[in-house]
Design a binder for this molecule. Sequence first.
Ligand SMILES: O=C1O[C@H](COP(=O)(O)O)[C@@H](O)[C@H](O)[C@H]1O
Length: 257
Amino acid sequence: MSEASVVVHADSELLAQAVAARLVVKIIDAQAERGHADIVLTGGRIAAAAHRAVGALPARDAVDWSRVDVWWGDERFLPAGHPDRNETQAREALLDSLPLDPARIHPMPPSDAPDTGDDPEAAAAAYAAALAAAARPGTATLPHFDVLMLGVGEDGHVASIFPEHPVGYETRPVSAVRGSPKPPPVRLTLTRPAINTAEEVWLVAAGPDKARAVGVALSGAGPVQVPAAGVHGVGRTIWQLDRAAAAEVKSTFRSLR
Ligand SMILES: O=C1O[C@H](COP(=O)(O)O)[C@@H](O)[C@H](O)[C@H]1O
């Protein structure tokens, strides 16, 4: 398991810009190394700000967007185009402005998909099949994720893995989530074993409401109690925070910007 590093930025705007810059460089490096890149997006407010920041970066043109596969770490199980879907928000904030190959954008199924309909378990299985179809040679179920981004909830949830929820024990790569404590109640999520195959996992959090969850997650909490404590990249795990979110992080971890 990789050691986590923590990078703290002065405020949420700088954090979003730094995440965006880091993402563009990561994609450029992955394309140089492998010919293409697989990135996993997250939802939430700081993710939306980072997506907008990528769109505003001149260096975005150094990426060959036609060779980027876009996946999601979780989704709110709602009809296609619903404004609360993580996919809808990412498309509006960034994806619609990039020359991506539509066949390489892989949203989790909506609740009105023609094949899986309003059945979240069927939708989770369909997403698992899409991931398996793109699996790297020699592995059965998942692509090589160059970078997988995660927001962090006030309760310490990541993706749609909520504290003490049965999904915290799931071993399949994708799961339906019923009874989410945060609306909407039905969601889809990559599970902890799937997340932990990514080369880099970035946990991104801003604002004072996240300080407690971040501090506890970095203090050795259990992964079912505090899901943010249980995720890591194979190569790197990077917590990218603003000062407010980092307020309860022990000083040994902090690298102030
Ligand atoms: O519902 C969700 O919330 C988290 C965190 O969102 P934030 O607005 O508090 O930053 C997000 O990471 C997750 O993808 C999303 O589905």
